[in-house]
Design a protein around this ligand. Structure first.
Ligand code: SF4
Ligand code: FE
Length: 483
């Protein structure tokens, strides 16, 4: 089986024996849980669209391992066209879900590890690349969703992993056996882990010799004994339990995060991709972060398209669409959004092959792309709130709209232009609220800030890649300054 249908995917997740906790209770049926289901629906969309002939070119690729048709989310980029198609696919999915569709983390981890394991083996004669290829083929052939777990909880940020008061604040090896290792630790902010079949774990920072036990990368099924998922709260999350569709803003799609505990998890030898080769931890971090910074030039742009569309509709429904300042603000939103897309496409177009043959984005441009992502969605959101008006946060509930006593007042007094049903105006207000302040703001705003690394992490990379000396030489030559 190469490609799963969306329904097959949902049933495959139902078969997983995940250990999930939310609101102080164990979740026994995550697939049908009203808070978790919209997040599953977002990943399901990556399967549904791959079945649609209209999107085949973006959503599927030919495996370089088997020659089979595979979902692009399981592909190793073979050229710059693949890199650009990845970003276009992410924009499409952002447009379709207006949420985080989660499957990119595994795609980016796969691509980072494919090239890194090749180079580790080249230096040490290890078998990590072989292990990784075997894992990848299994993922491609079964069309699996893979989560990528990088961010450790990190405790005291001023201390290295081995210096922490509690050694488990960075995930590490606690036991070495002939057949594998046992790991303990916790990865934070894991979007999509409860909708994934497998999880790839990677180190979160560059490491030194003393941190050897922390320099570990591997993949295990998400329902492996010892893995526990504690779902994160989101603003307005319980609206999903109220029934109805208006108040959620986006009742079909979403994305949830989990604090992911590894409580003495066994990893067999053939699933290990790094084990103590400390100097390669930094390479894995840099490549994974680079790929995920590229990703944001696609997914956030797609969500931005929906927000811009919702804002234009709010202007239409309010009767304000013809005002010149409204038109200009919408133009500014488009300009900012397309600038983000430029970064995603540019770092892809300038990609280069690694020694393994897999393609890597231009790291400087990927970091510039993500740096813009830490800012522009906030400005796009500010303009959306400006145009939408205060009703997006003061409108009565759907239950009041349906009430016999007061519903007719709401219909009468919250009407906008007469040609548009009042409910439609409310739906658009709630969608803007969802994207700027509600559950989706996790993905559109805070994740834009901190996902794939906080702003300062990109500035460090930009400084490293800037080649300032070459720029100084250019200036000296023009100004006739001798070397
Ligand atoms: Fe994909 Fe964007 Fe979600 Fe990352 S934040 S997993 S790139 S949709
Ligand atoms: Fe992310």
């Amino acid at each position: 089986m190469a490609l799963m249908t969306g329904e097959q995917y949902v049933e495959s997740v139902r078969k997983l024996n995940l250990d999930i906790y939310m609101f102080g209770k164990k979740v026994t049926n995550p697939v049908d849980d009203p808070i978790l289901r919209p997040s599953l629906n977002s990943v399901k969309e990556t399967y549904d669209l791959a079945q649609d002939p209209q999107y085949k070119n973006l959503m599927t690729a030919k495996s370089h391992l088997t020659g089979h048709e595979i979902n692009r989310f399981t592909h190793i980029h073979q050229n710059t066209e693949d890199l650009m198609n990845k970003v276009k696919m992410q924009r499409l999915l952002g447009q379709r879900t207006a949420a985080c569709f989660q499957r990119c983390v595994g795609m980016d981890a796969n691509n980072a590890l494919y090239s890194s394991t090749y180079e580790i083996d080249e230096k040490y004669g290890t078998k990590y690349h072989e292990n990784f290829k075997k894992f990848l083929e299994y993922v491609q052939e079964n069309d699996l969703t893979v989560d990528g777990a990088m961010t450790d909880v990190k405790g005291d940020r001023g201390l290295a992993p081995h210096q922490q008061a509690d050694p488990d604040l960075y995930l590490h090896v606690v036991e070495r056996r002939p057949d594998g290792v046992v790991v303990r630790g916790c990865k934070a902010h894991q979007t999509g882990i409860c909708n994934s079949h497998e999880v790839i774990v990677m180190p979160t920072i560059a490491m030194r010799e003393e941190d050897k036990d922390y320099a570990i990368a591997f993949a295990v099924p998400t329902d492996t004994k010892g893995i526990k998922l504690i779902i994160g709260r989101q603003s307005c999350d319980t609206r999903k339990t109220e029934g109805g569709c208006i108040d959620c803003g986006n009742c079909t799609y979403g994305g949830v995060e989990a604090l992911t505990i590894f409580d003495d998890v066994f990893v067999p030898n053939d699933r290990i991709f790094l084990n103590g080769e400390v100097e390669f931890a930094g390479m894995i971090v840099e490549r994974f972060a680079g790929f995920h910074r590229q990703s944001y030039g696609g997914c956030k742009v797609g969500v931005g398209d929906v927000l811009i569309g919702a804002t234009a509709l709010a202007a239409d429904y309010n009767g304000a669409a013809k005002a010149s300042h409204i038109k200009d603000k919408l133009i500014e939103m488009v300009h900012l959004n397309e600038t983000l897309f430029c970064g995603g496409i540019a770092c892809s177009a300038q990609g280069q092959p690694t020694k393994s043959g897999g393609y890597l984005i231009d790291l400087l441009l990927a970091n510039v792309c993500k740096q813009n992502v830490t800012r522009f969605p906030y400005e796009i959101g500010r303009l959306a709130e400006d145009i939408a008006g205060g009703l997006m946060v003061t409108a009565p509930s759907e239950a009041d709209l349906n009430s016999e006593e007061v519903g007719h007042y709401i219909r009468k007094y919250l009407a906008g232009v007469s040609a548009v049903p009042m409910e439609d105006r409310l739906k658009i207000m709630r969608l803007i609220e969802n994207l700027t302040l509600g559950t989706a703001a996790v993905g559109y705003k805070t994740e834009s800030m901190h996902g794939a690394g906080s702003p300062q992490a990109q500035r460090i990379m930009i400084a490293r890649q800037a080649n300032m000396e070459a720029k100084k030489d250019m200036a000296k030559r023009i100004a006739h300054i001798d070397k």
